[in-house]
Write a protein that binds this ligand. Sequence first.
Ligand code: ZN
Length: 213
Amino acid sequence: MVVIDPGHNGQNWAHPDEINRLVHIGTGTKACNTTGTAAADGYPEAQLNWVVAQLARDELIARGATVVMTREDNDGWGPCITERAATGNEANADAVISIHADGARSDGRGFHVIYPATIAGLTDDIAGPSLRLATELRAAMLVTGMPISDYTGADGFSERGDLGGLNRSDVPAVFLEMGNMKNAADIALLTDSEFQQRVAVGIADAVERFLTG
Ligand code: ZN
């Protein structure tokens, strides 16, 4: 059982009151959700995440996995980050992959994988396996053509203790930041259907190696 979490949602921008509502992420509070970033031409991250998430879902199903998505389309708002985490917890998922793309300075390139910091009583039970999942996902992303991030993290990894989707997860969970939507070379790749399929294959490869390794 794998949970694929396409970050944000296509109509979050139209529901500021709902998505700005504070939710508890274990270490404090945070907005229920955010609009996500966008390319220079306005192409929204929520749409990109949704496209890649569907490809990843299909690839995993083709390999025999059971897949649960945290949202069923790109036409609504939410769910809150806490509800997304609850989806993985209630499914007792073997792995949760949240799919995102970044909106960094335009000269920054590349992907990074985010794994949960070890927070006592919160993520100390999932930090180890999540890092192993992150390691598999980073390795799988190396063959997609997207370089490792040169603007954030360290060698393609970033440890975070401030993300509700990770803090509230009771099962192994990572975020994939596929690339920088503000960078011309990255966005050309990110919107290329063959690259998107390579990411989907990479996600499925990573999950498979994580579960069988
Ligand atoms: Zn995002």
